[in-house]
Design a protein around this ligand. Structure first.
Ligand SMILES: [Zn+2]
Length: 499
Protein backbone atom coordinates (compact mmCIF):
# COMPACT_ATOMS: atom_id res chain seq x y z
CA UNK A 1 0.00 0.00 0.00
CA UNK A 2 1.46 3.40 -0.94
CA UNK A 3 1.91 5.69 2.03
CA UNK A 4 1.18 9.40 2.44
CA UNK A 5 4.19 11.14 3.99
CA UNK A 6 4.67 14.73 5.08
CA UNK A 7 8.32 15.85 5.20
CA UNK A 8 9.73 19.12 6.53
CA UNK A 9 13.09 20.84 6.87
CA UNK A 10 13.82 23.11 9.81
CA UNK A 11 13.36 26.85 9.31
CA UNK A 12 16.75 28.54 9.33
CA UNK A 13 17.30 31.93 10.93
CA UNK A 14 18.19 34.39 8.26
CA UNK A 15 20.87 36.37 10.01
CA UNK A 16 23.29 35.40 7.21
CA UNK A 17 23.35 33.80 3.78
CA UNK A 18 22.87 30.04 3.55
CA UNK A 19 25.91 27.89 4.26
CA UNK A 20 26.74 24.32 3.41
CA UNK A 21 24.95 22.98 6.50
CA UNK A 22 21.62 24.35 5.26
CA UNK A 23 22.18 22.90 1.83
CA UNK A 24 23.12 19.55 3.35
CA UNK A 25 19.84 19.36 5.24
CA UNK A 26 17.80 20.38 2.19
CA UNK A 27 19.56 17.78 0.01
CA UNK A 28 19.28 15.04 2.63
CA UNK A 29 15.54 15.60 3.01
CA UNK A 30 15.12 15.98 -0.75
CA UNK A 31 16.81 12.62 -1.41
CA UNK A 32 14.51 11.02 1.14
CA UNK A 33 11.47 12.59 -0.54
CA UNK A 34 12.57 11.44 -4.01
CA UNK A 35 13.25 7.95 -2.66
CA UNK A 36 9.73 7.75 -1.28
CA UNK A 37 8.24 8.87 -4.56
CA UNK A 38 10.18 6.28 -6.52
CA UNK A 39 8.90 3.48 -4.31
CA UNK A 40 5.39 4.75 -4.96
CA UNK A 41 4.61 6.84 -1.87
CA UNK A 42 2.87 10.19 -2.01
CA UNK A 43 4.86 12.99 -0.39
CA UNK A 44 4.38 16.63 0.57
CA UNK A 45 7.62 18.46 1.30
CA UNK A 46 8.04 21.89 2.87
CA UNK A 47 10.56 24.33 4.31
CA UNK A 48 10.71 28.05 4.97
CA UNK A 49 12.47 30.83 6.82
CA UNK A 50 12.25 31.94 10.42
CA UNK A 51 11.90 35.68 10.09
CA UNK A 52 10.65 36.72 13.55
CA UNK A 53 13.93 36.16 15.31
CA UNK A 54 15.98 38.58 17.39
CA UNK A 55 19.03 37.36 15.54
CA UNK A 56 17.66 38.74 12.28
CA UNK A 57 17.02 42.11 13.87
CA UNK A 58 20.54 42.28 15.22
CA UNK A 59 21.98 41.30 11.84
CA UNK A 60 19.95 43.98 10.03
CA UNK A 61 21.22 46.62 12.49
CA UNK A 62 24.76 45.43 11.97
CA UNK A 63 24.41 45.81 8.19
CA UNK A 64 22.48 49.09 8.46
CA UNK A 65 19.47 48.00 6.43
CA UNK A 66 15.83 47.96 7.46
CA UNK A 67 14.61 44.74 9.04
CA UNK A 68 12.15 44.29 6.18
CA UNK A 69 14.78 44.66 3.46
CA UNK A 70 17.05 42.33 5.35
CA UNK A 71 14.55 39.51 5.70
CA UNK A 72 13.35 39.90 2.10
CA UNK A 73 16.89 39.62 0.77
CA UNK A 74 17.93 36.72 2.94
CA UNK A 75 14.75 34.76 2.35
CA UNK A 76 15.28 35.20 -1.39
CA UNK A 77 18.75 33.72 -1.11
CA UNK A 78 17.42 30.68 0.80
CA UNK A 79 14.59 30.21 -1.62
CA UNK A 80 17.05 30.28 -4.51
CA UNK A 81 18.58 27.06 -3.17
CA UNK A 82 15.42 25.27 -4.29
CA UNK A 83 16.25 25.79 -7.97
CA UNK A 84 20.02 25.82 -7.66
CA UNK A 85 20.18 22.47 -5.85
CA UNK A 86 17.01 20.93 -7.33
CA UNK A 87 15.22 20.66 -3.99
CA UNK A 88 11.68 19.45 -4.64
CA UNK A 89 9.83 21.59 -2.09
CA UNK A 90 6.08 21.74 -2.55
CA UNK A 91 5.75 24.85 -0.41
CA UNK A 92 7.97 27.34 1.39
CA UNK A 93 6.60 29.36 4.31
CA UNK A 94 7.89 32.66 5.74
CA UNK A 95 6.99 33.28 9.35
CA UNK A 96 5.98 36.85 8.51
CA UNK A 97 3.14 35.54 6.33
CA UNK A 98 -0.43 36.00 7.49
CA UNK A 99 -1.24 32.28 7.33
CA UNK A 100 1.64 31.71 9.72
CA UNK A 101 0.50 34.38 12.19
CA UNK A 102 -3.05 33.06 12.19
CA UNK A 103 -1.85 29.50 12.71
CA UNK A 104 0.54 30.38 15.53
CA UNK A 105 -2.19 32.32 17.33
CA UNK A 106 -4.61 29.45 16.86
CA UNK A 107 -2.09 27.01 18.33
CA UNK A 108 -1.52 29.37 21.27
CA UNK A 109 -5.24 29.68 21.91
CA UNK A 110 -5.68 25.90 21.85
CA UNK A 111 -2.95 25.17 24.40
CA UNK A 112 -4.41 23.67 27.55
CA UNK A 113 -4.77 26.54 30.02
CA UNK A 114 -3.45 24.32 32.80
CA UNK A 115 -0.11 24.25 31.00
CA UNK A 116 0.37 28.03 30.92
CA UNK A 117 1.46 30.22 33.84
CA UNK A 118 2.54 33.85 34.01
CA UNK A 119 5.47 34.72 36.19
CA UNK A 120 8.37 37.02 36.76
CA UNK A 121 11.52 35.53 35.58
CA UNK A 122 15.17 36.27 35.70
CA UNK A 123 17.25 34.12 33.44
CA UNK A 124 20.24 33.70 31.22
CA UNK A 125 19.20 34.20 27.62
CA UNK A 126 21.20 33.29 24.52
CA UNK A 127 19.97 35.36 21.56
CA UNK A 128 21.69 32.91 19.20
CA UNK A 129 19.56 30.05 20.50
CA UNK A 130 16.60 32.26 21.42
CA UNK A 131 16.31 30.36 24.65
CA UNK A 132 16.98 30.55 28.38
CA UNK A 133 19.72 28.43 29.91
CA UNK A 134 20.31 27.35 33.48
CA UNK A 135 23.77 27.78 35.03
CA UNK A 136 24.23 23.99 34.82
CA UNK A 137 23.64 23.90 31.10
CA UNK A 138 26.37 26.45 30.33
CA UNK A 139 29.88 25.28 29.52
CA UNK A 140 32.36 27.45 31.42
CA UNK A 141 29.69 30.12 31.65
CA UNK A 142 29.09 30.07 27.88
CA UNK A 143 26.20 28.92 25.70
CA UNK A 144 27.16 25.39 24.60
CA UNK A 145 26.03 26.12 21.05
CA UNK A 146 27.38 29.63 20.46
CA UNK A 147 30.21 29.80 23.01
CA UNK A 148 28.94 33.22 24.10
CA UNK A 149 28.05 34.61 27.53
CA UNK A 150 24.25 34.68 27.71
CA UNK A 151 22.44 37.91 28.65
CA UNK A 152 20.79 38.24 32.05
CA UNK A 153 17.16 39.12 31.40
CA UNK A 154 14.37 39.98 33.83
CA UNK A 155 10.86 39.90 32.45
CA UNK A 156 7.32 38.89 33.18
CA UNK A 157 6.49 36.17 30.68
CA UNK A 158 4.10 33.33 30.08
CA UNK A 159 5.56 29.88 30.68
CA UNK A 160 4.62 26.43 29.47
CA UNK A 161 4.86 23.68 32.06
CA UNK A 162 6.86 21.11 30.16
CA UNK A 163 6.97 18.61 33.00
CA UNK A 164 3.23 17.95 32.48
CA UNK A 165 4.35 16.05 29.37
CA UNK A 166 7.37 14.28 30.78
CA UNK A 167 5.87 10.81 30.97
CA UNK A 168 3.92 11.21 27.77
CA UNK A 169 7.04 12.09 25.79
CA UNK A 170 9.24 9.40 27.35
CA UNK A 171 6.62 6.77 26.58
CA UNK A 172 6.15 7.89 22.99
CA UNK A 173 9.89 7.95 22.34
CA UNK A 174 10.68 4.67 24.06
CA UNK A 175 7.87 2.89 22.21
CA UNK A 176 9.09 4.30 18.89
CA UNK A 177 5.76 5.97 18.12
CA UNK A 178 7.77 9.18 18.21
CA UNK A 179 10.80 7.83 16.40
CA UNK A 180 13.94 9.89 17.07
CA UNK A 181 16.86 9.01 14.79
CA UNK A 182 19.72 8.30 14.97
CA UNK A 183 19.91 6.31 18.21
CA UNK A 184 22.47 8.71 19.77
CA UNK A 185 19.97 11.60 19.53
CA UNK A 186 17.19 9.46 20.91
CA UNK A 187 19.32 8.73 23.97
CA UNK A 188 20.23 12.40 24.30
CA UNK A 189 16.62 13.53 24.34
CA UNK A 190 15.55 10.75 26.71
CA UNK A 191 18.21 11.78 29.20
CA UNK A 192 17.05 15.40 28.92
CA UNK A 193 13.44 14.35 29.54
CA UNK A 194 14.40 12.18 32.51
CA UNK A 195 16.11 15.14 34.20
CA UNK A 196 14.43 18.11 35.90
CA UNK A 197 12.23 19.82 33.34
CA UNK A 198 11.99 23.57 33.77
CA UNK A 199 9.04 25.63 32.59
CA UNK A 200 9.62 27.04 29.12
CA UNK A 201 9.14 30.72 28.46
CA UNK A 202 6.63 30.92 25.60
CA UNK A 203 6.32 34.68 25.24
CA UNK A 204 8.70 37.61 25.37
CA UNK A 205 8.26 41.31 25.84
CA UNK A 206 7.23 43.23 22.76
CA UNK A 207 9.89 45.82 23.54
CA UNK A 208 12.68 43.31 23.06
CA UNK A 209 11.27 41.99 19.79
CA UNK A 210 11.31 45.38 17.99
CA UNK A 211 8.00 44.99 16.23
CA UNK A 212 8.65 41.50 14.90
CA UNK A 213 6.80 38.55 16.30
CA UNK A 214 3.24 37.45 16.75
CA UNK A 215 0.99 39.17 19.27
CA UNK A 216 -1.00 37.18 21.73
CA UNK A 217 -4.58 38.36 21.95
CA UNK A 218 -4.87 38.56 25.75
CA UNK A 219 -1.74 40.58 26.43
CA UNK A 220 -0.63 43.37 24.13
CA UNK A 221 2.76 43.68 25.85
CA UNK A 222 3.79 40.18 24.85
CA UNK A 223 4.57 38.39 21.63
CA UNK A 224 4.97 34.67 21.13
CA UNK A 225 8.37 33.30 21.95
CA UNK A 226 10.21 32.54 18.78
CA UNK A 227 10.15 28.79 19.22
CA UNK A 228 6.43 28.33 19.62
CA UNK A 229 6.13 30.74 16.72
CA UNK A 230 8.70 29.02 14.49
CA UNK A 231 7.73 25.43 15.25
CA UNK A 232 4.11 26.06 14.41
CA UNK A 233 5.19 26.61 10.79
CA UNK A 234 4.95 22.86 10.30
CA UNK A 235 1.17 23.00 10.64
CA UNK A 236 0.74 26.56 9.36
CA UNK A 237 2.29 25.63 6.02
CA UNK A 238 -0.68 23.24 5.77
CA UNK A 239 -3.04 26.17 6.47
CA UNK A 240 -3.85 25.10 10.03
CA UNK A 241 -4.87 28.67 10.86
CA UNK A 242 -7.09 29.20 7.82
CA UNK A 243 -10.66 28.16 7.21
CA UNK A 244 -9.87 25.66 4.44
CA UNK A 245 -8.47 22.64 6.28
CA UNK A 246 -7.96 20.35 3.27
CA UNK A 247 -4.16 20.31 3.37
CA UNK A 248 -3.98 20.06 7.14
CA UNK A 249 -6.45 17.19 7.18
CA UNK A 250 -4.67 15.32 4.43
CA UNK A 251 -1.03 15.78 5.41
CA UNK A 252 -1.17 16.24 9.17
CA UNK A 253 -4.22 14.43 10.47
CA UNK A 254 -4.45 11.65 7.92
CA UNK A 255 -0.94 11.03 6.62
CA UNK A 256 0.82 7.78 7.47
CA UNK A 257 4.04 9.48 8.57
CA UNK A 258 5.20 12.98 9.48
CA UNK A 259 8.96 13.51 9.26
CA UNK A 260 11.03 16.43 10.55
CA UNK A 261 14.63 16.87 9.34
CA UNK A 262 16.86 19.14 11.44
CA UNK A 263 20.31 19.73 12.86
CA UNK A 264 21.49 18.58 16.26
CA UNK A 265 21.52 22.10 17.77
CA UNK A 266 17.73 22.30 17.74
CA UNK A 267 16.94 18.73 18.76
CA UNK A 268 15.36 19.63 22.11
CA UNK A 269 12.92 22.13 20.60
CA UNK A 270 11.72 19.62 18.04
CA UNK A 271 11.89 16.36 19.95
CA UNK A 272 10.48 17.57 23.27
CA UNK A 273 8.88 21.04 23.15
CA UNK A 274 7.06 20.71 19.83
CA UNK A 275 5.20 17.45 20.54
CA UNK A 276 4.39 18.77 24.03
CA UNK A 277 2.78 21.90 22.54
CA UNK A 278 0.86 19.76 20.07
CA UNK A 279 -0.35 17.35 22.71
CA UNK A 280 -1.41 20.26 24.89
CA UNK A 281 -3.43 21.65 21.97
CA UNK A 282 -4.84 18.15 21.27
CA UNK A 283 -3.16 17.94 17.88
CA UNK A 284 -1.55 14.79 16.58
CA UNK A 285 2.21 14.60 17.21
CA UNK A 286 4.64 13.81 14.37
CA UNK A 287 5.98 10.29 13.84
CA UNK A 288 9.66 10.62 12.81
CA UNK A 289 12.54 12.96 13.45
CA UNK A 290 15.91 12.71 11.75
CA UNK A 291 18.76 14.73 13.19
CA UNK A 292 21.97 15.42 11.25
CA UNK A 293 25.25 16.72 12.60
CA UNK A 294 27.41 19.71 11.72
CA UNK A 295 29.78 20.08 8.80
CA UNK A 296 33.31 21.28 9.29
CA UNK A 297 35.40 22.47 6.34
CA UNK A 298 38.84 20.95 6.00
CA UNK A 299 38.72 20.11 9.69
CA UNK A 300 37.66 23.57 10.86
CA UNK A 301 34.31 24.88 11.98
CA UNK A 302 32.59 26.81 9.19
CA UNK A 303 32.90 30.53 9.50
CA UNK A 304 32.92 33.59 7.31
CA UNK A 305 36.67 33.93 7.74
CA UNK A 306 37.18 30.64 5.92
CA UNK A 307 35.93 32.28 2.78
CA UNK A 308 34.13 30.60 -0.06
CA UNK A 309 34.78 26.98 0.68
CA UNK A 310 31.68 26.81 2.82
CA UNK A 311 29.55 28.86 0.46
CA UNK A 312 27.31 26.50 -1.49
CA UNK A 313 26.80 29.03 -4.28
CA UNK A 314 30.54 29.21 -4.89
CA UNK A 315 30.72 25.41 -5.00
CA UNK A 316 28.08 25.35 -7.70
CA UNK A 317 30.20 27.58 -9.88
CA UNK A 318 33.02 25.05 -9.71
CA UNK A 319 31.34 21.62 -9.69
CA UNK A 320 28.33 19.95 -11.28
CA UNK A 321 25.28 19.90 -9.04
CA UNK A 322 25.02 16.11 -9.02
CA UNK A 323 28.65 15.73 -7.96
CA UNK A 324 28.01 17.99 -4.96
CA UNK A 325 24.81 16.16 -4.02
CA UNK A 326 26.50 12.81 -4.50
CA UNK A 327 29.58 13.75 -2.48
CA UNK A 328 27.58 15.17 0.44
CA UNK A 329 25.35 12.08 0.67
CA UNK A 330 28.27 9.70 0.31
CA UNK A 331 30.91 11.33 2.51
CA UNK A 332 29.17 13.30 5.24
CA UNK A 333 27.78 10.85 7.84
CA UNK A 334 24.00 11.13 7.63
CA UNK A 335 23.44 11.46 11.36
CA UNK A 336 26.74 12.76 12.68
CA UNK A 337 29.32 15.50 12.21
CA UNK A 338 31.41 15.31 9.08
CA UNK A 339 34.19 17.12 7.32
CA UNK A 340 33.79 18.71 3.92
CA UNK A 341 36.83 18.49 1.68
CA UNK A 342 37.01 19.68 -1.90
CA UNK A 343 39.77 17.17 -2.62
CA UNK A 344 37.48 14.34 -1.65
CA UNK A 345 34.65 15.80 -3.70
CA UNK A 346 36.89 15.85 -6.77
CA UNK A 347 38.16 12.35 -6.17
CA UNK A 348 34.64 10.94 -5.75
CA UNK A 349 33.59 12.73 -8.91
CA UNK A 350 36.51 11.36 -10.92
CA UNK A 351 36.76 7.85 -9.50
CA UNK A 352 33.12 7.00 -8.96
CA UNK A 353 30.93 9.17 -11.14
CA UNK A 354 33.24 9.29 -14.17
CA UNK A 355 35.25 6.10 -13.98
CA UNK A 356 32.59 3.74 -12.68
CA UNK A 357 29.06 4.94 -13.40
CA UNK A 358 29.66 7.21 -16.41
CA UNK A 359 31.95 4.65 -17.96
CA UNK A 360 29.45 1.81 -17.58
CA UNK A 361 26.65 3.78 -19.24
CA UNK A 362 28.95 4.93 -22.06
CA UNK A 363 30.37 1.56 -22.89
CA UNK A 364 27.08 -0.32 -22.94
CA UNK A 365 25.35 2.34 -25.03
CA UNK A 366 28.35 2.61 -27.36
CA UNK A 367 28.25 -1.16 -27.98
CA UNK A 368 24.57 -0.89 -28.78
CA UNK A 369 25.29 1.94 -31.21
CA UNK A 370 28.01 -0.09 -32.88
CA UNK A 371 25.55 -2.98 -33.29
CA UNK A 372 23.32 -0.75 -35.46
CA UNK A 373 20.14 -2.64 -34.59
CA UNK A 374 17.65 -2.10 -31.82
CA UNK A 375 18.05 -4.12 -28.62
CA UNK A 376 14.88 -5.67 -27.24
CA UNK A 377 14.59 -5.57 -23.45
CA UNK A 378 14.03 -9.26 -22.73
CA UNK A 379 16.87 -11.04 -20.93
CA UNK A 380 17.75 -9.88 -17.42
CA UNK A 381 20.56 -12.08 -16.12
CA UNK A 382 21.31 -9.58 -13.36
CA UNK A 383 17.88 -9.90 -11.78
CA UNK A 384 19.06 -11.49 -8.51
CA UNK A 385 21.67 -8.75 -8.03
CA UNK A 386 19.15 -6.04 -8.85
CA UNK A 387 16.52 -7.45 -6.49
CA UNK A 388 19.00 -7.64 -3.66
CA UNK A 389 20.13 -4.05 -4.26
CA UNK A 390 16.56 -2.75 -4.23
CA UNK A 391 15.90 -4.49 -0.95
CA UNK A 392 19.02 -3.00 0.66
CA UNK A 393 18.33 0.38 -0.83
CA UNK A 394 14.85 0.55 0.67
CA UNK A 395 16.12 -0.72 4.01
CA UNK A 396 18.89 1.92 4.19
CA UNK A 397 16.84 4.82 2.86
CA UNK A 398 13.95 4.23 5.22
CA UNK A 399 16.42 4.86 8.06
CA UNK A 400 18.04 7.80 6.22
CA UNK A 401 21.37 5.94 6.07
CA UNK A 402 22.25 7.89 2.95
CA UNK A 403 25.93 6.93 2.98
CA UNK A 404 24.88 3.27 2.78
CA UNK A 405 22.30 4.06 0.13
CA UNK A 406 25.03 5.40 -2.15
CA UNK A 407 27.19 2.35 -1.45
CA UNK A 408 24.32 0.02 -2.36
CA UNK A 409 23.90 1.80 -5.71
CA UNK A 410 27.61 1.62 -6.44
CA UNK A 411 27.82 -2.05 -5.46
CA UNK A 412 25.18 -2.69 -8.07
CA UNK A 413 27.11 -0.63 -10.62
CA UNK A 414 30.26 -2.63 -9.83
CA UNK A 415 28.33 -5.88 -10.41
CA UNK A 416 27.00 -4.68 -13.75
CA UNK A 417 30.47 -3.51 -14.76
CA UNK A 418 31.91 -6.90 -13.81
CA UNK A 419 29.17 -8.70 -15.74
CA UNK A 420 29.98 -6.72 -18.88
CA UNK A 421 33.72 -7.32 -18.50
CA UNK A 422 33.25 -11.06 -17.90
CA UNK A 423 30.79 -11.57 -20.75
CA UNK A 424 32.86 -9.57 -23.28
CA UNK A 425 29.93 -8.66 -25.56
CA UNK A 426 32.31 -6.79 -27.96
CA UNK A 427 33.79 -10.16 -28.96
CA UNK A 428 30.34 -11.48 -29.91
CA UNK A 429 29.03 -8.56 -31.88
CA UNK A 430 29.70 -10.20 -35.25
CA UNK A 431 29.67 -13.84 -34.20
CA UNK A 432 26.63 -14.43 -32.02
CA UNK A 433 23.69 -12.07 -32.26
CA UNK A 434 21.68 -13.98 -29.63
CA UNK A 435 24.41 -13.84 -27.03
CA UNK A 436 25.24 -10.22 -27.77
CA UNK A 437 21.60 -9.16 -27.43
CA UNK A 438 21.18 -11.19 -24.23
CA UNK A 439 24.16 -9.47 -22.62
CA UNK A 440 23.27 -5.93 -23.72
CA UNK A 441 19.63 -6.40 -22.69
CA UNK A 442 20.73 -7.63 -19.24
CA UNK A 443 23.20 -4.75 -18.86
CA UNK A 444 20.57 -2.28 -19.97
CA UNK A 445 18.16 -3.58 -17.34
CA UNK A 446 20.91 -3.08 -14.77
CA UNK A 447 21.57 0.47 -15.95
CA UNK A 448 17.88 1.40 -15.92
CA UNK A 449 17.45 0.12 -12.36
CA UNK A 450 20.67 1.70 -11.10
CA UNK A 451 19.76 4.98 -12.76
CA UNK A 452 16.34 5.04 -11.15
CA UNK A 453 17.81 4.28 -7.72
CA UNK A 454 20.38 7.02 -8.22
CA UNK A 455 17.73 9.51 -9.33
CA UNK A 456 16.93 10.19 -5.67
CA UNK A 457 20.49 11.43 -5.14
CA UNK A 458 21.37 12.77 -8.61
CA UNK A 459 18.16 13.86 -10.37
CA UNK A 460 19.90 15.82 -13.11
CA UNK A 461 22.21 13.19 -14.58
CA UNK A 462 19.56 10.53 -14.07
CA UNK A 463 17.18 12.50 -16.22
CA UNK A 464 19.89 12.93 -18.85
CA UNK A 465 20.40 9.16 -19.05
CA UNK A 466 16.69 8.41 -19.24
CA UNK A 467 16.26 11.08 -21.92
CA UNK A 468 19.03 9.42 -23.89
CA UNK A 469 17.21 6.08 -23.63
CA UNK A 470 13.88 7.75 -24.29
CA UNK A 471 12.55 6.23 -21.08
CA UNK A 472 9.87 7.95 -19.01
CA UNK A 473 9.58 6.29 -15.65
CA UNK A 474 9.22 7.74 -12.19
CA UNK A 475 8.82 4.74 -9.97
CA UNK A 476 10.15 1.21 -9.55
CA UNK A 477 6.85 -0.37 -10.42
CA UNK A 478 7.03 1.25 -13.88
CA UNK A 479 10.18 -0.62 -14.91
CA UNK A 480 8.45 -3.94 -15.78
CA UNK A 481 6.36 -1.95 -18.29
CA UNK A 482 9.55 -1.55 -20.34
CA UNK A 483 9.79 -5.31 -21.00
CA UNK A 484 9.95 -6.22 -24.71
CA UNK A 485 10.46 -2.59 -25.68
CA UNK A 486 13.09 -1.97 -28.36
CA UNK A 487 15.94 0.42 -27.67
CA UNK A 488 18.00 2.12 -30.34
CA UNK A 489 21.15 2.84 -28.37
CA UNK A 490 23.40 5.82 -28.85
CA UNK A 491 26.50 6.69 -26.87
CA UNK A 492 25.77 9.71 -24.67
CA UNK A 493 28.04 12.71 -24.71
CA UNK A 494 30.17 12.57 -21.59
CA UNK A 495 27.88 12.38 -18.61
CA UNK A 496 30.58 13.35 -16.15
CA UNK A 497 33.76 15.05 -17.30
CA UNK A 498 36.90 14.52 -15.27
CA UNK A 499 37.91 17.42 -13.10
ZN1 LIG B 1 23.33 29.88 21.98
Amino acid sequence: MPKKIFVTCALPYINADPHLGHVFEFIQADCFVRFNKLIGNEVYFTAGTDENSLKNILASHEHKVSVKDWIDQKTASFLKLKDDFEISFDDFIRTTEERHHLGAQKLWSHLDKNDIIKKNYEGLYCVGCETFYTEDELVNGLCPEHKKVPEKITEENYFFVLKNYKNFLIKKIESGEWNIMPESRKNEILSFLKGDLLDISVTRSKKRSEGLGIEIPEDKEQVLWVWIDALSNYINVLNYGLSDQTLFEKWWNHSDEIWHFLGKGILRFHAAFWPAFLQSAKIRIPTHLFCHGYITVNGEKMSKSLGNSADPRELLKKYPLDSIRYYLMKDIPSGDDGDFSEINLISRHNNELCASWGNLVSRVLALGEQYQQPIKLVANELKPEIDESIENYIECFSKVRTNDVVSVCFDLIAKINKYVSDQKPWSLINTSKTDFERIISSSLYGIIYANLLLSAIMPKSSKKIFDRLDVQIASLKDIPLLANQEFTLKKPENLFNRI
